[in-house]
Design a protein around this ligand. Sequence first.
Ligand code: ATP
Length: 220
Amino acid sequence: MKAIGIFGGAFAPFHNGHLRVAIEARDKLDLSQVRLIPTAHAAHRPDSRVSPQRRLEWLRVAVRREKELVPDDREILRPGISYTVDTLEELRRDFPRAALVLLMGSDAFEHFHTWNRWSRIVELAHVAVITRPGSEPRPSAETAELLVPRRAADASMLHAQPAGLWLPLEMPLLDISSTRIRRLLLQERSVRGLVPDAILNAMTTADIAALTQDNDATQH
Ligand code: ATP
């Protein structure tokens, strides 16, 4: 069975940490594609000053040469809050026979029970928890009853059924975050090496101004 990865985020901006997650997940889980989905309106954080369309354009230039990485505009096209569960319902309709694999940071996994309709998410997709080598993600107390018995022994199990399992996906994490990049830009320092060159070359003065106005760049 084909497996499709799903990786969502604000991507304000998309950076090399995100890029490595998508590429390593593709290679380690043998995914036929990874769909990169910029969030239009997140539930628990203010919208970026950079429009979702512009964040999608950055994705497009960044992954132009990585064929199996596919920018996906479905959250941008949907009105209201961008709930992952709604995105997965749509993807399940578009890809009825594929395994879907939601890529999630281990911090997000710890708070998974706070996600809108989280148990439905596991009916629609598998979850791969991006983990530092040597650390072991654990389901929170609230999700343990459902998730402990659903831990996959290895990645091949994700190809044997369309949804319903989770597993840790170990990879060396790059010490990069969009917050750090916005802060560097605010200080008029270089972000080369942190952000794909294609994005840097496409970034306008207006883009940089918008990024530096995103709240947390100015708070620290
Ligand atoms: P911010 O600093 O604005 O919170 P971010 O860099 O964490 O942004 P998001 O767009 O919020 O990026 O992240 C989307 C997903 O990418 C999240 O699941 C996050 O855990 C993951 N992620 C972000 N940076 C890295 C990294 N360096 N390595 C692995 N995963 C990352």
